[in-house]
Ligand binder design. Structure first.
Ligand code: BG6
Length: 465
Protein backbone atom coordinates (compact mmCIF):
# COMPACT_ATOMS: atom_id res chain seq x y z
CA UNK A 1 0.00 0.00 0.00
CA UNK A 2 1.43 3.34 -1.00
CA UNK A 3 2.11 5.90 1.65
CA UNK A 4 -0.39 8.71 1.99
CA UNK A 5 0.75 12.19 0.93
CA UNK A 6 1.38 14.54 3.83
CA UNK A 7 0.63 17.91 2.22
CA UNK A 8 -1.40 19.07 -0.79
CA UNK A 9 0.10 21.95 -2.76
CA UNK A 10 -2.26 23.49 -5.32
CA UNK A 11 -0.60 25.54 -8.06
CA UNK A 12 -3.16 27.88 -9.60
CA UNK A 13 -5.16 27.99 -6.36
CA UNK A 14 -6.84 31.29 -7.24
CA UNK A 15 -8.05 30.01 -10.61
CA UNK A 16 -11.33 28.89 -12.06
CA UNK A 17 -10.83 25.15 -11.72
CA UNK A 18 -9.92 25.54 -8.07
CA UNK A 19 -13.11 27.53 -7.49
CA UNK A 20 -15.44 25.30 -9.49
CA UNK A 21 -14.06 21.87 -8.67
CA UNK A 22 -11.12 21.65 -6.26
CA UNK A 23 -12.42 23.36 -3.13
CA UNK A 24 -15.93 21.86 -3.26
CA UNK A 25 -14.33 18.43 -3.73
CA UNK A 26 -11.82 18.92 -0.92
CA UNK A 27 -14.66 20.04 1.34
CA UNK A 28 -16.55 16.83 0.62
CA UNK A 29 -13.41 14.83 1.35
CA UNK A 30 -13.00 16.70 4.65
CA UNK A 31 -16.62 16.03 5.50
CA UNK A 32 -16.00 12.31 5.07
CA UNK A 33 -12.86 12.70 7.19
CA UNK A 34 -10.70 11.74 4.23
CA UNK A 35 -8.68 14.95 4.06
CA UNK A 36 -6.05 14.82 6.72
CA UNK A 37 -3.30 16.94 5.22
CA UNK A 38 -2.76 20.69 5.16
CA UNK A 39 -3.37 22.63 1.93
CA UNK A 40 -0.91 25.13 0.48
CA UNK A 41 -2.16 27.36 -2.33
CA UNK A 42 0.25 28.89 -4.83
CA UNK A 43 -0.52 31.53 -7.46
CA UNK A 44 0.47 34.91 -8.88
CA UNK A 45 -2.34 36.61 -6.94
CA UNK A 46 -1.47 39.09 -4.26
CA UNK A 47 -3.21 37.01 -1.59
CA UNK A 48 -2.74 35.85 2.00
CA UNK A 49 -3.83 32.57 3.58
CA UNK A 50 -6.95 34.40 4.79
CA UNK A 51 -7.81 35.35 1.19
CA UNK A 52 -7.38 31.73 0.12
CA UNK A 53 -9.68 30.57 2.92
CA UNK A 54 -12.30 33.14 1.90
CA UNK A 55 -12.02 31.96 -1.73
CA UNK A 56 -12.43 28.34 -0.66
CA UNK A 57 -15.50 29.20 1.44
CA UNK A 58 -17.07 31.15 -1.42
CA UNK A 59 -16.44 28.36 -3.89
CA UNK A 60 -18.03 25.74 -1.64
CA UNK A 61 -21.09 27.96 -1.22
CA UNK A 62 -21.27 28.55 -4.96
CA UNK A 63 -21.39 24.78 -5.41
CA UNK A 64 -24.63 24.89 -3.44
CA UNK A 65 -23.19 23.36 -0.29
CA UNK A 66 -23.83 24.68 3.24
CA UNK A 67 -20.45 25.29 4.86
CA UNK A 68 -20.33 23.55 8.24
CA UNK A 69 -17.95 25.45 10.52
CA UNK A 70 -16.31 22.36 12.01
CA UNK A 71 -15.71 20.69 8.63
CA UNK A 72 -14.38 23.90 7.12
CA UNK A 73 -12.05 24.43 10.09
CA UNK A 74 -10.66 20.91 9.62
CA UNK A 75 -10.26 21.42 5.88
CA UNK A 76 -8.38 24.72 6.26
CA UNK A 77 -6.32 23.86 9.34
CA UNK A 78 -2.71 24.81 8.53
CA UNK A 79 -3.74 26.37 5.19
CA UNK A 80 -1.01 28.52 3.69
CA UNK A 81 -0.62 30.69 0.66
CA UNK A 82 2.52 31.33 -1.40
CA UNK A 83 2.49 34.14 -3.91
CA UNK A 84 4.97 33.77 -6.69
CA UNK A 85 6.16 33.67 -10.22
CA UNK A 86 6.56 30.08 -11.47
CA UNK A 87 9.67 30.96 -13.45
CA UNK A 88 11.57 32.10 -10.33
CA UNK A 89 13.35 29.63 -8.11
CA UNK A 90 12.63 31.76 -5.03
CA UNK A 91 8.92 30.90 -5.38
CA UNK A 92 9.81 27.25 -4.97
CA UNK A 93 12.08 27.98 -2.02
CA UNK A 94 9.04 29.56 -0.40
CA UNK A 95 6.90 26.55 -1.31
CA UNK A 96 9.54 24.36 0.35
CA UNK A 97 9.49 26.50 3.48
CA UNK A 98 5.68 26.43 3.55
CA UNK A 99 5.43 22.65 3.63
CA UNK A 100 7.72 22.42 6.64
CA UNK A 101 8.58 18.86 7.60
CA UNK A 102 6.29 17.21 5.05
CA UNK A 103 8.11 14.49 3.11
CA UNK A 104 5.54 13.27 0.57
CA UNK A 105 3.89 16.28 -1.03
CA UNK A 106 1.13 16.00 -3.63
CA UNK A 107 1.55 18.83 -6.14
CA UNK A 108 -1.58 19.61 -8.10
CA UNK A 109 -0.80 21.63 -11.23
CA UNK A 110 -3.98 23.53 -12.14
CA UNK A 111 -2.02 25.71 -14.50
CA UNK A 112 -1.61 26.08 -18.28
CA UNK A 113 0.21 23.02 -19.69
CA UNK A 114 2.92 25.30 -21.08
CA UNK A 115 4.03 25.76 -17.44
CA UNK A 116 4.08 22.07 -16.40
CA UNK A 117 7.71 21.56 -17.25
CA UNK A 118 8.92 24.80 -15.63
CA UNK A 119 7.10 24.04 -12.39
CA UNK A 120 8.20 20.41 -12.20
CA UNK A 121 11.83 21.31 -12.97
CA UNK A 122 11.86 24.06 -10.36
CA UNK A 123 10.32 21.73 -7.78
CA UNK A 124 13.09 19.29 -8.54
CA UNK A 125 15.79 21.97 -8.29
CA UNK A 126 14.74 22.80 -4.74
CA UNK A 127 14.72 19.09 -3.88
CA UNK A 128 10.97 18.55 -3.59
CA UNK A 129 10.32 15.79 -6.14
CA UNK A 130 11.96 12.68 -4.67
CA UNK A 131 8.88 11.37 -2.87
CA UNK A 132 6.32 13.67 -4.45
CA UNK A 133 3.28 12.93 -6.55
CA UNK A 134 2.28 15.35 -9.30
CA UNK A 135 -1.22 15.73 -10.73
CA UNK A 136 -1.52 17.32 -14.15
CA UNK A 137 -4.67 18.39 -15.97
CA UNK A 138 -5.41 17.86 -19.65
CA UNK A 139 -4.51 18.71 -22.37
CA UNK A 140 -1.53 16.36 -22.40
CA UNK A 141 -0.02 17.65 -25.63
CA UNK A 142 -1.91 18.60 -28.77
CA UNK A 143 -0.83 15.64 -30.90
CA UNK A 144 1.25 12.49 -30.53
CA UNK A 145 4.62 14.21 -30.90
CA UNK A 146 3.88 16.94 -28.35
CA UNK A 147 2.37 14.43 -25.89
CA UNK A 148 5.55 12.34 -26.14
CA UNK A 149 7.76 15.41 -25.76
CA UNK A 150 5.87 16.47 -22.63
CA UNK A 151 6.25 13.05 -21.14
CA UNK A 152 9.95 12.81 -21.95
CA UNK A 153 10.48 16.20 -20.33
CA UNK A 154 8.55 15.36 -17.16
CA UNK A 155 10.21 11.98 -16.85
CA UNK A 156 13.60 13.66 -16.66
CA UNK A 157 12.81 14.49 -13.05
CA UNK A 158 9.87 12.23 -12.16
CA UNK A 159 9.09 8.52 -12.39
CA UNK A 160 5.94 7.48 -14.27
CA UNK A 161 4.43 6.23 -11.00
CA UNK A 162 4.70 9.76 -9.57
CA UNK A 163 2.57 11.26 -12.37
CA UNK A 164 -1.21 11.42 -12.03
CA UNK A 165 -2.92 12.52 -15.25
CA UNK A 166 -6.47 13.59 -14.47
CA UNK A 167 -9.28 12.70 -16.82
CA UNK A 168 -12.31 13.57 -14.73
CA UNK A 169 -14.44 11.09 -16.69
CA UNK A 170 -12.53 8.26 -15.05
CA UNK A 171 -13.55 9.69 -11.68
CA UNK A 172 -17.25 9.43 -12.55
CA UNK A 173 -19.03 6.60 -10.76
CA UNK A 174 -21.25 5.65 -13.72
CA UNK A 175 -18.15 5.45 -15.96
CA UNK A 176 -16.51 3.07 -13.49
CA UNK A 177 -19.78 1.19 -13.46
CA UNK A 178 -19.16 0.08 -17.05
CA UNK A 179 -16.36 -2.06 -15.67
CA UNK A 180 -18.46 -3.50 -12.87
CA UNK A 181 -21.42 -4.24 -15.12
CA UNK A 182 -19.18 -5.99 -17.62
CA UNK A 183 -16.91 -7.93 -15.27
CA UNK A 184 -18.86 -8.15 -12.01
CA UNK A 185 -21.68 -10.04 -13.74
CA UNK A 186 -21.64 -13.19 -15.82
CA UNK A 187 -24.59 -12.44 -18.04
CA UNK A 188 -23.09 -9.72 -20.27
CA UNK A 189 -19.63 -11.00 -21.13
CA UNK A 190 -20.70 -14.00 -23.28
CA UNK A 191 -22.65 -11.71 -25.62
CA UNK A 192 -20.24 -8.75 -25.51
CA UNK A 193 -18.70 -9.31 -28.92
CA UNK A 194 -19.14 -9.14 -32.69
CA UNK A 195 -21.45 -12.15 -32.79
CA UNK A 196 -24.16 -10.36 -30.84
CA UNK A 197 -23.37 -6.64 -30.92
CA UNK A 198 -24.03 -4.65 -34.09
CA UNK A 199 -22.62 -1.26 -33.10
CA UNK A 200 -21.80 0.99 -30.15
CA UNK A 201 -22.75 4.65 -29.93
CA UNK A 202 -21.40 7.21 -27.51
CA UNK A 203 -23.07 10.59 -27.38
CA UNK A 204 -21.79 13.44 -25.26
CA UNK A 205 -24.11 16.31 -26.05
CA UNK A 206 -24.14 19.62 -24.25
CA UNK A 207 -26.77 22.33 -24.39
CA UNK A 208 -24.29 24.98 -23.27
CA UNK A 209 -22.28 26.80 -25.91
CA UNK A 210 -18.64 27.82 -25.51
CA UNK A 211 -19.81 30.83 -23.46
CA UNK A 212 -16.87 32.76 -22.00
CA UNK A 213 -14.30 30.09 -22.97
CA UNK A 214 -14.01 31.31 -26.58
CA UNK A 215 -10.26 31.84 -26.72
CA UNK A 216 -9.48 28.53 -24.96
CA UNK A 217 -11.99 26.54 -26.96
CA UNK A 218 -11.18 28.00 -30.36
CA UNK A 219 -7.59 26.79 -30.08
CA UNK A 220 -8.76 23.30 -29.15
CA UNK A 221 -12.11 22.24 -30.67
CA UNK A 222 -14.40 19.34 -29.79
CA UNK A 223 -12.10 16.55 -30.98
CA UNK A 224 -9.23 17.49 -28.67
CA UNK A 225 -11.41 18.90 -25.89
CA UNK A 226 -13.41 15.75 -25.16
CA UNK A 227 -12.97 12.97 -27.76
CA UNK A 228 -9.23 12.32 -27.41
CA UNK A 229 -9.61 11.98 -23.65
CA UNK A 230 -13.04 11.49 -22.03
CA UNK A 231 -14.81 9.67 -24.86
CA UNK A 232 -11.83 7.49 -25.75
CA UNK A 233 -11.60 6.37 -22.12
CA UNK A 234 -15.25 5.32 -22.30
CA UNK A 235 -14.54 3.37 -25.51
CA UNK A 236 -11.70 1.55 -23.75
CA UNK A 237 -13.92 0.53 -20.82
CA UNK A 238 -16.60 -0.75 -23.19
CA UNK A 239 -14.18 -2.58 -25.46
CA UNK A 240 -11.40 -3.94 -23.22
CA UNK A 241 -10.79 -7.62 -22.52
CA UNK A 242 -11.31 -8.91 -18.96
CA UNK A 243 -8.30 -7.81 -16.88
CA UNK A 244 -6.32 -10.37 -14.85
CA UNK A 245 -7.07 -8.43 -11.65
CA UNK A 246 -8.57 -5.02 -10.88
CA UNK A 247 -5.10 -3.61 -10.11
CA UNK A 248 -4.09 -0.44 -11.93
CA UNK A 249 -1.47 -2.13 -14.10
CA UNK A 250 -3.79 -4.91 -15.27
CA UNK A 251 -6.60 -2.50 -16.10
CA UNK A 252 -4.29 -0.07 -17.88
CA UNK A 253 -2.72 -2.91 -19.89
CA UNK A 254 -6.11 -3.99 -21.22
CA UNK A 255 -7.24 -0.43 -21.90
CA UNK A 256 -4.03 0.28 -23.78
CA UNK A 257 -4.57 -2.77 -25.98
CA UNK A 258 -7.85 -1.21 -27.12
CA UNK A 259 -6.12 2.03 -28.09
CA UNK A 260 -3.40 0.08 -29.85
CA UNK A 261 -5.97 -1.92 -31.82
CA UNK A 262 -7.80 1.15 -33.07
CA UNK A 263 -7.53 1.62 -36.78
CA UNK A 264 -6.35 5.19 -37.54
CA UNK A 265 -9.58 7.06 -38.13
CA UNK A 266 -10.59 7.51 -41.74
CA UNK A 267 -11.18 11.22 -42.47
CA UNK A 268 -14.19 10.07 -44.54
CA UNK A 269 -15.77 8.80 -41.32
CA UNK A 270 -15.36 12.13 -39.57
CA UNK A 271 -17.92 14.95 -39.61
CA UNK A 272 -17.20 18.39 -38.17
CA UNK A 273 -19.72 21.08 -37.34
CA UNK A 274 -19.99 24.56 -35.98
CA UNK A 275 -23.13 26.05 -34.43
CA UNK A 276 -24.61 29.19 -35.97
CA UNK A 277 -23.05 32.23 -34.35
CA UNK A 278 -19.92 30.42 -33.09
CA UNK A 279 -17.55 32.77 -34.90
CA UNK A 280 -19.15 35.76 -33.15
CA UNK A 281 -18.21 34.47 -29.68
CA UNK A 282 -15.67 36.60 -27.80
CA UNK A 283 -12.19 35.16 -28.21
CA UNK A 284 -13.07 33.09 -31.30
CA UNK A 285 -11.00 33.98 -34.37
CA UNK A 286 -12.77 35.64 -37.27
CA UNK A 287 -13.64 32.98 -39.84
CA UNK A 288 -12.55 30.23 -37.42
CA UNK A 289 -12.78 26.65 -38.70
CA UNK A 290 -12.65 25.07 -35.25
CA UNK A 291 -15.33 22.43 -34.70
CA UNK A 292 -17.85 22.84 -31.88
CA UNK A 293 -19.30 19.46 -32.91
CA UNK A 294 -17.82 16.30 -34.27
CA UNK A 295 -18.94 12.78 -35.05
CA UNK A 296 -16.74 9.88 -36.06
CA UNK A 297 -16.48 6.16 -36.52
CA UNK A 298 -13.85 4.09 -34.76
CA UNK A 299 -12.97 0.54 -35.80
CA UNK A 300 -11.17 -1.74 -33.41
CA UNK A 301 -9.14 -4.43 -35.13
CA UNK A 302 -9.50 -7.31 -32.72
CA UNK A 303 -11.15 -10.73 -32.64
CA UNK A 304 -13.85 -9.38 -30.39
CA UNK A 305 -14.74 -6.23 -32.33
CA UNK A 306 -13.99 -6.90 -35.99
CA UNK A 307 -16.81 -5.33 -38.01
CA UNK A 308 -18.45 -3.58 -35.03
CA UNK A 309 -18.22 0.20 -35.43
CA UNK A 310 -18.01 2.52 -32.43
CA UNK A 311 -19.72 5.78 -33.30
CA UNK A 312 -18.91 8.88 -31.26
CA UNK A 313 -20.53 12.31 -31.39
CA UNK A 314 -20.22 15.37 -29.23
CA UNK A 315 -21.03 19.03 -29.45
CA UNK A 316 -21.94 22.29 -27.82
CA UNK A 317 -25.28 24.14 -28.17
CA UNK A 318 -27.14 20.91 -28.92
CA UNK A 319 -30.74 19.99 -28.14
CA UNK A 320 -30.02 17.73 -25.22
CA UNK A 321 -27.66 17.49 -22.27
CA UNK A 322 -26.68 13.85 -22.07
CA UNK A 323 -23.70 11.54 -21.93
CA UNK A 324 -24.63 8.04 -22.96
CA UNK A 325 -22.97 4.91 -24.23
CA UNK A 326 -25.35 2.61 -26.07
CA UNK A 327 -24.44 -0.95 -26.93
CA UNK A 328 -26.81 -2.09 -29.62
CA UNK A 329 -27.38 -5.80 -30.23
CA UNK A 330 -28.15 -7.58 -33.46
CA UNK A 331 -31.72 -8.47 -34.33
CA UNK A 332 -32.85 -12.01 -33.54
CA UNK A 333 -32.14 -14.34 -36.47
CA UNK A 334 -35.85 -14.83 -37.07
CA UNK A 335 -38.67 -12.34 -36.37
CA UNK A 336 -41.34 -14.57 -34.86
CA UNK A 337 -43.43 -11.70 -33.58
CA UNK A 338 -43.18 -9.21 -36.42
CA UNK A 339 -46.91 -9.11 -37.10
CA UNK A 340 -48.73 -6.97 -39.61
CA UNK A 341 -49.69 -3.64 -38.13
CA UNK A 342 -46.69 -3.50 -35.77
CA UNK A 343 -43.41 -1.72 -36.40
CA UNK A 344 -40.35 -3.95 -36.73
CA UNK A 345 -39.17 -4.67 -33.19
CA UNK A 346 -36.43 -2.47 -31.83
CA UNK A 347 -33.16 -4.21 -31.12
CA UNK A 348 -31.89 -4.90 -27.60
CA UNK A 349 -29.79 -2.09 -26.20
CA UNK A 350 -27.77 -1.59 -23.06
CA UNK A 351 -27.71 2.11 -22.37
CA UNK A 352 -25.15 3.43 -19.87
CA UNK A 353 -26.22 6.89 -18.72
CA UNK A 354 -23.00 8.57 -17.68
CA UNK A 355 -24.26 12.09 -16.98
CA UNK A 356 -26.58 13.68 -14.44
CA UNK A 357 -29.26 10.97 -14.43
CA UNK A 358 -26.67 8.22 -13.99
CA UNK A 359 -27.87 4.67 -14.44
CA UNK A 360 -28.28 1.83 -16.89
CA UNK A 361 -31.27 0.74 -18.88
CA UNK A 362 -31.71 -2.35 -20.97
CA UNK A 363 -34.22 -2.32 -23.80
CA UNK A 364 -35.92 -5.63 -24.43
CA UNK A 365 -39.07 -6.88 -26.11
CA UNK A 366 -42.10 -8.01 -24.13
CA UNK A 367 -45.45 -9.37 -25.20
CA UNK A 368 -47.92 -6.66 -26.07
CA UNK A 369 -51.00 -7.35 -23.95
CA UNK A 370 -54.03 -8.57 -25.85
CA UNK A 371 -54.80 -10.89 -28.68
CA UNK A 372 -52.15 -12.44 -30.84
CA UNK A 373 -48.42 -12.46 -30.25
CA UNK A 374 -47.15 -8.95 -30.81
CA UNK A 375 -44.01 -7.70 -29.14
CA UNK A 376 -43.45 -4.27 -27.69
CA UNK A 377 -40.24 -2.62 -26.42
CA UNK A 378 -39.88 -2.10 -22.68
CA UNK A 379 -37.00 -0.76 -20.69
CA UNK A 380 -35.50 -2.28 -17.54
CA UNK A 381 -34.04 0.65 -15.71
CA UNK A 382 -31.68 1.25 -12.78
CA UNK A 383 -31.29 4.75 -11.46
CA UNK A 384 -28.00 4.68 -9.55
CA UNK A 385 -28.79 7.48 -7.08
CA UNK A 386 -32.10 5.85 -6.18
CA UNK A 387 -30.76 2.31 -5.99
CA UNK A 388 -27.30 2.93 -4.58
CA UNK A 389 -27.34 6.32 -2.89
CA UNK A 390 -25.02 9.30 -3.03
CA UNK A 391 -21.75 9.13 -5.01
CA UNK A 392 -18.51 11.06 -4.63
CA UNK A 393 -17.88 13.86 -7.15
CA UNK A 394 -15.31 12.93 -9.82
CA UNK A 395 -12.69 15.31 -8.45
CA UNK A 396 -13.43 14.25 -4.89
CA UNK A 397 -12.71 10.65 -5.83
CA UNK A 398 -9.61 11.47 -7.88
CA UNK A 399 -8.02 13.84 -5.35
CA UNK A 400 -8.66 11.33 -2.58
CA UNK A 401 -7.05 8.59 -4.70
CA UNK A 402 -4.01 10.70 -5.60
CA UNK A 403 -3.46 11.56 -1.92
CA UNK A 404 -3.58 7.85 -1.15
CA UNK A 405 -1.25 6.94 -4.04
CA UNK A 406 -3.93 5.00 -5.90
CA UNK A 407 -3.44 5.49 -9.66
CA UNK A 408 -6.04 3.18 -11.23
CA UNK A 409 -8.36 6.00 -12.28
CA UNK A 410 -5.66 8.13 -13.88
CA UNK A 411 -4.65 8.03 -17.53
CA UNK A 412 -1.39 6.30 -18.31
CA UNK A 413 1.05 7.78 -20.78
CA UNK A 414 0.46 4.82 -23.09
CA UNK A 415 -3.25 5.64 -23.14
CA UNK A 416 -2.56 9.27 -23.92
CA UNK A 417 -0.23 8.31 -26.77
CA UNK A 418 -2.57 5.58 -28.04
CA UNK A 419 -5.51 7.95 -28.34
CA UNK A 420 -3.45 10.63 -30.08
CA UNK A 421 -2.25 8.00 -32.58
CA UNK A 422 -5.81 6.90 -33.35
CA UNK A 423 -7.02 10.42 -34.08
CA UNK A 424 -3.85 11.54 -35.84
CA UNK A 425 -5.35 11.37 -39.39
CA UNK A 426 -8.20 13.71 -38.41
CA UNK A 427 -6.24 16.29 -36.42
CA UNK A 428 -6.13 19.77 -37.87
CA UNK A 429 -8.38 21.37 -40.41
CA UNK A 430 -9.62 18.12 -41.95
CA UNK A 431 -12.74 18.19 -44.13
CA UNK A 432 -15.56 20.70 -44.37
CA UNK A 433 -17.11 22.49 -41.41
CA UNK A 434 -20.89 22.00 -41.45
CA UNK A 435 -23.08 24.64 -39.87
CA UNK A 436 -25.81 23.51 -37.49
CA UNK A 437 -28.64 25.30 -35.75
CA UNK A 438 -28.35 25.84 -32.01
CA UNK A 439 -30.69 23.49 -30.23
CA UNK A 440 -30.44 20.84 -32.95
CA UNK A 441 -28.54 17.55 -32.68
CA UNK A 442 -25.74 18.75 -34.98
CA UNK A 443 -25.21 18.75 -38.75
CA UNK A 444 -27.34 16.35 -40.76
CA UNK A 445 -24.21 14.93 -42.45
CA UNK A 446 -23.44 13.09 -39.19
CA UNK A 447 -26.52 10.95 -39.88
CA UNK A 448 -24.71 9.31 -42.80
CA UNK A 449 -22.18 7.70 -40.45
CA UNK A 450 -24.80 5.58 -38.70
CA UNK A 451 -27.28 5.25 -41.59
CA UNK A 452 -26.48 1.56 -42.19
CA UNK A 453 -27.11 0.85 -38.51
CA UNK A 454 -30.54 2.45 -38.16
CA UNK A 455 -29.24 5.95 -37.40
CA UNK A 456 -28.20 7.60 -34.13
CA UNK A 457 -30.17 6.52 -31.09
CA UNK A 458 -31.57 9.57 -29.34
CA UNK A 459 -30.18 10.10 -25.85
CA UNK A 460 -32.56 10.34 -22.94
CA UNK A 461 -31.77 13.77 -21.62
CA UNK A 462 -32.84 17.16 -20.51
CA UNK A 463 -34.04 19.09 -23.53
CA UNK A 464 -32.78 22.63 -24.02
CA UNK A 465 -35.30 25.35 -23.28
C1 BG6 B 1 -14.27 19.26 -20.04
C2 BG6 B 1 -14.32 20.06 -21.33
O1 BG6 B 1 -13.11 18.47 -20.00
O2 BG6 B 1 -15.42 18.43 -19.95
C3 BG6 B 1 -15.60 20.87 -21.40
O3 BG6 B 1 -13.19 20.92 -21.40
C4 BG6 B 1 -16.81 19.99 -21.19
O4 BG6 B 1 -15.71 21.56 -22.64
C5 BG6 B 1 -16.64 19.16 -19.92
O5 BG6 B 1 -17.95 20.83 -21.07
C6 BG6 B 1 -17.78 18.17 -19.79
O6 BG6 B 1 -17.70 17.51 -18.56
P1 BG6 B 1 -19.01 16.87 -17.91
O7 BG6 B 1 -18.51 16.22 -16.67
O8 BG6 B 1 -19.94 18.01 -17.64
O9 BG6 B 1 -19.58 15.92 -18.91
Amino acid sequence: MSKHSDVLVVFGASGDLARKMTFPSLYRLAKRNMLKVPIVGVSFSDWTAADLKAYARKSIREAGVRVEAEVFARMTRGMKFVKGDYSKLETFERVKASIGKAKRPLFYLEIPPSLFQTVVFNLSKVGLTDDARVIIEKPFGHDLASARALNVALLKVLREDQLYRIDHYLGKEPVQDILVWRFGNTMFEPVWNRRYISNVQITMSETVDVADRGSFYDAVGALKDVVQNHMMQVVALLAMEPPVTAAAKCLHDEQNKVFNSMRPIDPKSYVRGQYDGYTKVDGVAKGSRTESYCALRIDIDSWRWEGVPFFLRTGKALATKATEAIVEFRSPPKQLFDHAGCAAPETNRVRFRLGGDAGVSIDVQAKKPGDGMHSEPVSLNVDFAQALGDSPLPYERLLGDALAGESTLFASEQAVEGTWSAIDPILGDVGPIRKYARGSMGPKEAGKLTADYGGWVDPIGVTAK
